[in-house]
Design a protein around this ligand. Structure first.
Ligand code: ADP
Ligand code: ADP
Length: 229
């Protein structure tokens, strides 16, 4: 579903070259829950932004569903981005809009707004009773469920999750993890979850890559033998 072939990404910052990703090879299968773990600055966000065509590689090839993203026109990139949902650490909600309005935003932008779809996806994330609330009236976990609903409403094939539980405390983080798992099981959504929290990745993901200073130092399958599913 997603492949990286010898992908390098360099930035120039005040005249010095920063290598954010260094010859990364990855293969993420359809329906997979794939983790990327690494410390701050190891290149995790850059990797996600490349899948989303927000950045392009300096060298190498990134493919999504067999298509080399470098070959896409700007219009095709926008179309590709619409099939990819994104979840953020800080939720990125609009504070002057209600839960319903935040969740319906992608449909309004696509000019395909239907209120029923908003209601269905709010039901799925168990927030129907908060539809007319504003983000400031919600807990952190609820805010993230709004962020997830907004990402899900366009029925994306791929969901990119950037530190989805890092701003949440234990129980809220656990609930969000369970919700991500349920999305994967219900819709078969391919998910890439980047985090610096090994416990999240271990409990949630099928496989994980370990990123260190822009290099994948290891890719491993996570054994679920002694964990509840
Ligand atoms: P992570 O998400 O793991 O914290 P990032 O992908 O954000 O890592 O960053 C990897 C490296 O690339 C860091 O050294 C960061 O400072 C640098 N970097 C990221 N984006 C830019 C940019 N737009 N311009 C310059 N340097 C950047
Ligand atoms: P319902 O049975 O009420 O249609 P589901 O529980 O099947 O609802 O799905 C809830 C919501 O999840 C849908 O309204 C839709 O916005 C969202 N969703 C995300 N990805 C998908 C998908 N691949 N297929 C169907 N719905 C999806």
């Amino acid at each position: 579903m997603i492949t990286f072939e010898q992908v390098t990404k360099s930035y120039t910052h005040h005249g010095t070259i920063i290598t954010a990703l260094d010859k990364v090879d990855l293969q993420i299968q359809e329906h997979e829950l794939f983790g990327v773990i690494g410390e701050s600055g190891s290149g995790k966000s850059t990797l996600l932004r490349m899948i989303n065509t927000l950045e392009q590689p300096s060298q190498g090839v990134v493919k999504v569903a067999g298509t080399d993203l470098l070959q896409l026109s700007e219009a095709e990139k926008r179309r590709s981005r619409k099939q990819i949902g994104m979840i953020f650490q800080q939720f990125n909600l609009l504070h002057n809009q209600t839960v319903s309005e935040n969740v319906g935003l992608p449909l309004r932008l696509n000019k395909t707004y239907e209120q029923q779809q908003v209601q269905e996806v709010l039901k799925f994330v168990r927030l129907s009773d908060k539809a007319e609330h504003y983000p400031s009236q919600l807990s952190g976990g609820e805010k993230q469920r709004v962020g997830i609903a907004r990402a899900l409403i366009t029925q994306p094939k791929i969901l990119l999750c950037d530190e989805p539980t890092s701003a949440l405390d234990g129980q809220n983080a656990y609930d969000i993890m369970e919700l991500l798992r349920k999305i994967n099981q219900t819709f078969g959504t391919t998910m890439v979850i980047v985090s610096h929290e090994l416990s999240l990745i271990k409990q949630l993901c099928d496989r994980t890559a370990i990123l260190e200073k822009g290099k994948v130092v290891e890719t491993m399958t996570i054994s679920k033998d002694n964990q509840q599913q």
